[in-house]
Design a protein around this ligand. Structure first.
Ligand code: NAD
Length: 379
């Protein structure tokens, strides 16, 4: 079967540039039923040497050093944005104006108004778009969605999530530059709220519906850091830690915490949801397992069970190995590419679209506002 090519122009060759490229390279082998196949047409970065080296290592046909040139190319169908958050809006808006499809990294934008401009641009242009909230595509998380949607949990009372790291405790870390742009509010928009809680909020909205209002506590533990751009010690504008409570539209209560100061934790993303009839919990460090407590089990045998989400009947797993054998973090990106291509074939949106991802941006903005005002804020 000859497949229709989808020519990818990837911007940014850092951490996400690698995960996405791996997704494009793996998808046709493991999802052979897809009629569209990605082609690594061009990668774009600002440093010619590094971009060329990435392009050769990963197998791109060509490279560019200016995203506007990449967008202007007739042989590019889709622009994939793997750059810091301050670049998402300019690259997306230019790509939409040029009629390109867009796959944009999360968070969609630094602020809600910036995200609104992006949504308007893709809707006006009518181009396919998606935001890489890849944790939705881990089989155990998708299974949680299927169980919740089946009504098995009954009325939902509680949702709680954490995303804990420890990599910014060192006060000598500068703000700005590769990876460390996350500590620079101008580039990142916010700290753990937009970076880590955005993942927790996206999953929460997907699993448990909209969030109506929030009250938050934010803290910046290290107030000044050297800025790599200016070479001067400058005020730190991001939230180093954030905890918030919220009401969901379904009447349940939410509790979220994120920090980069939890010594010993590297990427501890966990969530738990409690319903009248059953509960579920999940932990990124053990990502192939979903834990479930089902109150309808026979009394003496009732208890938490751990589902090893590796059977062919589990989401996505019929595309991988044999039952009992696990997959990893990188597969969530392969799944997102597969879902994007399938949605294109079917002429449907690939969730979360820019418009859906804007809901997470609105919650993040309300959380940050509440952190400052110490008041409840409506989303
Ligand atoms: N989905 C996830 O789980 C996940 C994980 C990490 C990062 N992210 C998101 O991905 C994006 C990138 O993060 P990262 O960790 O890959 O960062 P990174 O620092 O590893 O890489 C960023 C890349 O962008 C390049 N870049 C910066 N400005 C550019 C410009 N104007 N033109 C071209 N290239 C430019 C840098 O040179 C670098 O190659 C961010 O929005 C981040 O929030 C998402």
């Amino acid at each position: 079967m000859s497949k229709k090519p989808l020519n990818i122009g990837l911007v940014g060759y850092g951490f996400m540039g690698r995960t996405h490229t791996n997704g494009y390279k793996r998808v046709a082998d493991f999802f052979p039923e897809l009629g569209i196949t990605p082609v690594l047409k061009a990668v774009c970065g600002r440093s010619e040497d590094k971009t060329k080296a990435f392009s050769e290592q990963w197998g791109y046909e060509s490279y560019e050093t200016d995203f506007e040139k990449l967008i202007a190319r007739d042989d590019i169908d889709a622009i994939d944005i793997c750059t810091p958050n301050d670049t998402h809006a300019p690259i997306s808006i230019a790509a939409a104006k040029a009629g390109k499809m867009i796959l944009c990294e999360k968070p969609i934008s630094r602020t809600t108004p910036e995200g609104e401009e992006m949504v308007a641009a893709v809707e006006q242009a009518g181009v396919a778009n998606t935001v890489w909230y890849n944790y939705r595509r881990l089989p155990a998380v998708t299974l949680a969605k299927q169980i919740i949607d089946s009504g098995k949990l009954g009325k939902i009372f509680h949702y709680r999530a954490n995303f804990l790291q420890d990599w910014t405790i060192n006060a000598d870390l500068p703000q700005g530059g590769a990876g460390l742009w996350r500590l620079d509010a101008a580039a990142a928009g916010s700290g753990v709220t937009g970076d880590l809680l955005a993942h927790c909020i996206d999953t929460a909205i997907w699993l448990n519906g909209g969030i109506s209002d929030v009250t938050a506590m934010t803290e910046t533990f290290i107030k000044e850091r050297m800025h790599t751009g200016t070479g001067k010690v400058e005020k730190v504008g991001i939230d180093d830690a954030c905890a918030f409570m919220c009401h969901f539209e379904n009447g349940s209560l939410g509790l979220f915490e994120s920090t980069r100061y939890a010594r010993g934790h590297k990427a501890l993303y966990t969530f738990e949801i409690n319903g009248a009839d059953a509960s579920l919990r999940w932990d990124l460090h053990d990502l192939n397992r979903l834990e479930m407590y089902d109150h309808s089990d026979e009394g003496p045998q009732r208890g938490w069970k751990s589902i090893h989400v590796t059977d062919g009947e589990h989401p996505y797993m019929d595309h991988w190995w044999v039952p009992g054998l696990i997959i990893g973090y990188e597969h969530s990106f392969v799944h997102q590419v597969a879902d994007f291509l399938k949605a294109l074939e079917e002429g449907k949106p690939c969730e979360p679209t820019f418009k859906s991802a804007l809901e997470t941006a609105k919650v993040c903005d309300a959380v940050l506002e509440s952190g400052k005002s110490r008041q409840w804020v409506n989303v």
